[in-house]
Design a protein around this ligand. Structure first.
Ligand SMILES: [Zn+2]
Length: 301
């Protein structure tokens, strides 16, 4: 992965048709594990899935550990043959290093696959990776040998590694960051995708990309960074509202990003014009919030 904290894959080779746009309003709660029953590149997976139209996954972990993204997290991959389950999960494919009957995966695939499981569990607040709780084999949903040794001989090693990475990522992300106020962190994490509400996940992703504290809050730094990125006339990080953190999380309720003269909108107008491409009326609203999320997803922020 280029970046575990932001879930940026080594390469992005997207399926053109073998997936459903969006997740039908569902949030991500599970990780599903698969094996190729072969050793494919990300490019070969993408081709196979688009050609057959019968299956897909969000990520492919290749035999050397390279990870490719083939379906965006916010879309539904055709992973486990169960529509409701697919809408709630992220499917990871793994290349095999041996065929039948063992169907094992290489050390590099195991390490990077387990790390990806940990990164997904951290990013989507799923808790520590746990088999049968937030991590499931494809075979749980249909009669299939998938994911081979990941569900049998290598399962213990795979899950132990996933837990190790999860603990490590937790230490890394808490180092130097503030604890969010009680009751705030859990409130809106499901809504970061494209719903026009800027929740902690949106903010955290932005923070990780910009080297800020990844606490999901960080209002002053966050706004200052936005102001800098958009060449706003003011860089004061100042946000209107009695509770700036909550106001930021519920973006449509944010009344203004103000300049030092207290007049309101020059900073905010610049952000709208330069970063979001929305109507530069100086008033943030749901349309701006959705444009913000779109820019975040597409890596423009
Ligand atoms: Zn499978």
């Amino acid at each position: 992965m280029k970046n575990w904290a932001t879930l940026t894959a080594d390469k992005t080779i997207l399926c053109t048709c073998a997936y459903d746009a969006g997740r039908g309003g569902n949030s991500i709660r599970f990780v599903y594990l698969h094996h190729n029953a072969g050793s494919l590149s990300t490019e070969q997976c993408r081709q196979l899935w688009d050609d057959s139209g019968r299956g897909s996954a969000h990520y492919q972990v290749e035999q050397d550990g390279t990870i490719g993204q083939t379906v965006h997290d916010w879309d539904t991959a055709w992973g486990v043959g169960d529509r409701a389950a697919n809408q709630r999960g992220v499917s990871i494919e793994h290349a095999n290093d041996h065929g039948a009957p063992t169907w094992t995966i290489s050390e590099a695939t195991l390490d990077n696959g387990a790390h990806l499981v940990a990164a997904l569990c951290a990013f989507y607040d799923l808790g520590i990776p746990t088999w049968g709780s937030n991590v499931f084999p494809h075979s749980r949903y249909m009669a299939t040998a998938c994911p081979g040794a990941i569900a049998t001989a290598q399962r213990g090693a795979y899950m132990a590694r996933a837990r190790q990475w999860w603990e490590q990522m937790r230490v890394d992300s808490s180092r130097g960051s503030d604890s969010p106020p009680p009751g705030v962190a859990e409130s809106a994490h499901d809504h970061w995708l494209a719903d026009g509400i800027i929740g902690p996940e949106s903010v955290r992703l932005y923070q990780a990309r910009h080297g800020l504290k990844t606490d999901g809050l960080g209002v002053t730094e966050f706004v200052t960074s936005l102001q800098e990125a958009s060449d706003a006339p003011y860089r004061d990080g100042w946000v209107d509202g009695a509770n700036a953190s909550l106001a930021l999380m519920y973006w449509p309720g944010l009344t203004a990003v103000r300049g030092a003269d207290g007049s309101g909108s020059p900073s905010w107008r610049a952000i709208q014009m330069r970063l979001l491409g929305t109507e530069p009326d100086g008033v943030p609203g749901p349309v701006d919030a959705q444009a913000f999320q779109r820019a975040l997803r597409e890596g423009r922020l």
